[in-house]
Design a protein around this ligand. Sequence first.
Ligand SMILES: NC(=O)c1ccc[n+]([C@@H]2O[C@H](COP(=O)([O-])OP(=O)(O)OC[C@H]3O[C@@H](n4cnc5c(N)ncnc54)[C@H](O)[C@@H]3O)[C@@H](O)[C@H]2O)c1
Ligand SMILES: O=C(O)[C@H](O)COP(=O)(O)O
Length: 424
Amino acid sequence: MALFTANPTKPITPSSISWSLSRSPPFFSAACFPGVRHERPVKRFIVLATVMGEAKPTVLVAEKLGEAGIQLLRSFANVDCSYNLSPEELCSKISLCDALIVRSGTKVTREVFESSGGRLKVVGRAGVGIDNVDLSAATEHGCLVVNAPTANTVAAAEHGISLLTAMARNIAQANASVKAGKWQRSKYVGVSLVGKTLAVMGFGKVGSEVARRAKGLGMYVIAHDPYAPADRARAIGVELVAFDEAISTADFISLHMPLTAATLKMFNDESFSRMKKGVRIVNVARGGVIDEEALVRALNSGIVAQAALDVFVEEPPPQGNRLVLHENVTATPHLGASTTEAQEGVAIEIAEAVVGALKGELAGTAVNAPMVPAEVLSELAPFLVLAEKLGRLAVQLVAGGSAKVETVNDQSPAGEEDKDPRQD
Ligand SMILES: NC(=O)c1ccc[n+]([C@@H]2O[C@H](COP(=O)([O-])OP(=O)(O)OC[C@H]3O[C@@H](n4cnc5c(N)ncnc54)[C@H](O)[C@@H]3O)[C@@H](O)[C@H]2O)c1
Ligand SMILES: O=C(O)[C@H](O)COP(=O)(O)O
């Protein structure tokens, strides 16, 4: 049941939502998760709307954001900072919000867009990876998604290097051992980095910063990235190689590609079997690019000597997770972007992007189609697919990559409708 005050045109702040517990059918959770039956009492929402004096947009900040970003948002919008919302709570609040800001811990699902009732105009991802946002659903609902792609690059690269060096010298394990009152000098003999080959998988912003730093440590750096320009790699003394060559020649492998359908479980039993025995792996990208069960098998068989992981398929990983508990694994709780400096930068970057988008400005960091009415979007849909394909081809051609061009000659005779009207 939703109770609104008289003037429905004025925005309603989500902080004015009150909660009550009820055993009666939960209309919000039913709306958010059709087909899901709830055995326990569920939260039922009664919306007691407070009408605002002025028509400012409302921004829901669902995860911790740096103060400078919050201040910037407040200068333009009503800001509701509500952390740790359940999926049902998020679906409930969202119908009262014009924008939503999240980090990697909130899943912005199709249900969220459906529950927004068309009011949600912008989702801001305070970071790089947008695998927690259903982009298709956002686009279908005319909602723009923007991210903050640059402010945490160095922090993520530094964390990758920290994990690489800590893993090679057993820092985490040795630290735990000393704290437990032991003195195990021979158990924790490490391996050297100098002169070793590091394969950087995904030579984008973070990958190239990791490469630069690894070269400073005296490592020989190769990289694999189907879309990276060879001259950018050459400029920092890195050789771009094919996937097979990268994984089969490296002593260390560092992962920096996004999680997409193409990269999901890219590192699996088959790819581990082609790696050098005793390889060491760092992952500060996304847990899902590794088949975690396969990594446990590779660690047990000795193909992978050690792994250092900042990201997991499920975060936080379930208690007793075999990978986390493995003695040759160093784990951190998704800390790659978590420095004071990076979080302030990300907060400002995302606040500027969200405010700009709410003002209707062109969004420089948009990751989906801009706000276009649904009926126009359905007309545009086939052209968007074509444009995406042409874009991919262009990047590969410009980068001197391995694009294969096939010319297809459509033999069907041109009909009247195919004629270019300018020829008449
Ligand atoms: N652990 C953290 O806290 C943290 C922090 C920042 C970024 N990240 C993750 O790291 C990833 C990389 O961030 P970024 O800022 O460098 O992004 P980016 O877009 O600059 O770089 C990603 C690179 O991966 C490449 N790529 C795409 N598909 C590939 C494939 N199949 N094989 C190899 N390379 C492929 C792209 O061409 C691109 O160059 C992000 O997607 C994010 O998920 C994690
Ligand atoms: O993709 C990113 O930017 C990182 O994974 C950081 O995620 P976080 O904002 O949840 O720290």
